[in-house]
Ligand binder design. Structure first.
Ligand code: AMP
Length: 306
């Protein structure tokens, strides 16, 4: 495994691999690697000849100075995990390599519209511009590849897919399922900052999602009712401060008029637990309209559009 601090060294290694006919799988991360990241690395290793991991805590995507200051950075342990997982190339650059002159502002920002707007985009102004700017740079550095992202950050995955499609980047984006603790909490590098009591409370996010999914499967068609149900469950946990819950069209991240089988549904939740802001999401499968039942006007309009 080669560990690079420079863009040119990492890019050269991947160019040489492709020149000998090998395919590249890219796993962009901010480090503090856990089993969720490793699942992306394993998928990349199963599908590509060479696995490349980037470890970079991207200052552009943090709004809260305390969040970036306290972000865990266990680089040696991360490199050992990469090596054990069969990674061939790691890019772990200093900020000055990615953003010369930092913190002076750069002239170029990559910004994706529409799908970046709601939810995390609204809660964390500038966050997705930071993500899309660094991901565009990483794609330019890595070159033609398959790139592996977690569904854990579902809106980010949608934003990155839009970036690649709109700019015709030579990258195939692969979404991978969320890895969870046995009690349902989604793995996150930020979980290490939770106290034992906060760690117990944090499971309410996945419990709310599970209840929302059950309601949708049982025939609840109103996105607002599903969001309210999930909000009630999170709100019942006094140490957790709800940010948002939503039932959205998984393709656009917009709230549909009704939840039905014409559009994939995703349930979203974000909340603050102690010092940490956590997000989670899950798929939901709406019950089919019973045969013989007349769809409402709203459902009919959506069906025609689809
Ligand atoms: P991060 O280091 O948090 O920026 O995450 C790097 C990549 O790992 C992103 O594509 C995340 O969506 C993904 N990821 C983070 N947590 C999980 C998880 N629990 N399961 C699957 N993928 C994850």
């Amino acid at each position: 495994m080669q560990v690079h601090e420079t863009i040119v060294g990492f890019a050269d290694q991947l160019d040489r691999a492709r020149a000998t006919g090998r395919t590249v799988g890219l796993v962009p991360t901010m480090g503090a690697l856990h089993a969720g990241h490793l699942s992306l690395i394993e998928r990349a290793a199963a599908e590509c000849d060479v696995v490349a991991v980037t470890i970079f805590v991207n200052p552009l995507q943090f709004g809260d100075p305390a969040d970036i200051e306290n972000y865990p950075r266990p680089l040696s342990a991360d490199l050992a995990r990469c090596e054990a997982a069969g990674v061939s190339a790691v890019l772990a650059p200093p900020v000055s390599e990615m953003y010369p002159g930092w913190p002076a502002p750069r002239a170029t920002t990559v910004s994706v519209g529409a799908v970046s707007g709601p939810w995390e985009g609204a809660a964390r102004p500038g966050h997705f511009d930071g993500v899309t700017t660094v991901v565009a740079k990483l794609f330019a550095i890595a070159g033609r590849c398959r790139a592996y992202f977690g569904e854990k950050d579902f809106q980010q995955l949608a934003v990155v897919r839009t970036l690649v499609a709109d700019l015709s980047l030579p990258v195939t984006v692969v979404g991978c399922p969320t890895v969870r603790e046995p009690d349902g909490l989604a793995l996150s590098s930020r979980n290490v900052r939770l106290s034992p009591a906060e760690r117990c409370a944090a499971v309410v996010l996945s419990r709310a999602l599970a209840a929302g999914r059950t309601a949708v499967a049982a025939g609840e068609r109103h996105p607002g009712a599903v969001a309210a149900l999930m909000a009630r469950i999170v709100g019942a946990q006094p140490t957790v401060e709800l940010d948002y819950t939503a039932a959205v069209d998984a393709r656009t991240l917009e709230v549909p008029a009704r939840l039905d089988t014409t559009a994939p549904v995703r349930l979203l939740v974000a909340a603050r637990v102690g010092p940490v802001r956590l997000i989670d999401n899950c798929e939901a499968a709406p019950a089919p309209t019973p045969s013989g039942a007349r769809p409402t006007v709203g459902a009919g309009v959506r069906a025609v559009r689809a």
